[in-house]
Design a protein around this ligand. Structure first.
Ligand SMILES: [Fe+2]
Ligand SMILES: [Fe+2]
Length: 247
């Protein structure tokens, strides 16, 4: 029995690929087939696979049917968290999504899922991503402060959602946590953030995040051990479509 994770599948069986430039390169060619093959090789029906957001380019649920069917057909138990591109998933309608796709898929939001004696907690998260102003050598000399203010509000909202997830699990007696985010836990300006602080506060063993894809972004945030927590990036192209074994 193992726990696996990956993110940023960006499926588009039915919908238009909205950012073709974002998903170029050989790694994206037939990525659905590559990932399916890897899952069938690695994941058994007893295993759990967490998909850490950016599942589909579909604008709404009707445009995501084939993408979600693809995910349902993967081996193991599937838990999904929200990404910034998952337009089909309105937070307020998470319960309906769970009712509609139960027991094949679990949509994790403002809640937790158990895995052995661990609680899997998570939310989309948020990170300030600029615009940054650079000098001729590419060093950051400033950034858009209005965007930074907007980002602070979104970070605070996601922070509250994550705390709810942790608190529910804690109330139910869980003491071991694996924390999932879609966005990286820190922006490129930060060493720590409210998300790394929360991981430490609750004693999460690992923080798993996605969203950083394309080689230039793989090292935007923390990887490896930091202040007693293990951080892993699981964007699909970074993992070359091999889900990461978390536990
Ligand atoms: Fe993505
Ligand atoms: Fe994303």
């Amino acid at each position: 029995m193992s726990l696996y994770a990956i993110g940023d599948l960006h499926l588009h069986f039915q919908s238009v690929l909205k950012a073709p430039g974002q998903l170029h390169g050989r790694v994206w060619k037939n990525h659905e087939q590559k990932f399916l093959k890897n899952c069938r090789r690695l994941i058994t029906p007893e295993d759990t696979l967490v998909l850490a957001g950016d599942h589909s380019w579909g604008k709404n649920l009707a445009e995501c049917g084939e993408d979600l069917q693809y995910i349902m057909d993967l081996p193991g138990r599937k838990i999904l968290t929200r990404g910034n591109h998952d337009m089909f998933w309105d937070v307020k309608k998470t319960r309906q999504l769970n009712e509609q796709f139960s027991p094949a898929l679990t949509f994790l939001q403002d809640s937790y899922e158990s895995y052995r004696d661990y609680a899997i907690v998570g939310t989309k998260g948020f990170t300030f991503e600029g615009p940054f102003y650079l000098d001729r050598r590419g060093r950051i000399t400033g950034w858009d402060e209005r965007e930074e203010e907007r980002a602070k509000k979104l970070v605070a909202r996601e922070q509250a959602r994550l705390r709810k997830s942790f608190d529910l699990a804690k109330k139910d007696g869980y003491r071991k946590f694996i924390m999932f985010l879609h966005y990286p836990p820190t922006s490129i300006l930060e060493q720590r953030s409210c998300f790394t602080d929360m991981a430490e506060e609750y004693g999460a063993e690992q923080v798993i995040y996605a969203h950083c894809h394309g080689e230039s972004r793989f090292h935007d945030s923390i990887m490896g051990e930091f202040r007693g927590v293990r951080y892993s990036l699981v964007s699909g192209d970074y993992l070359r479509w091999n889900p990461l074994k978390v536990l």
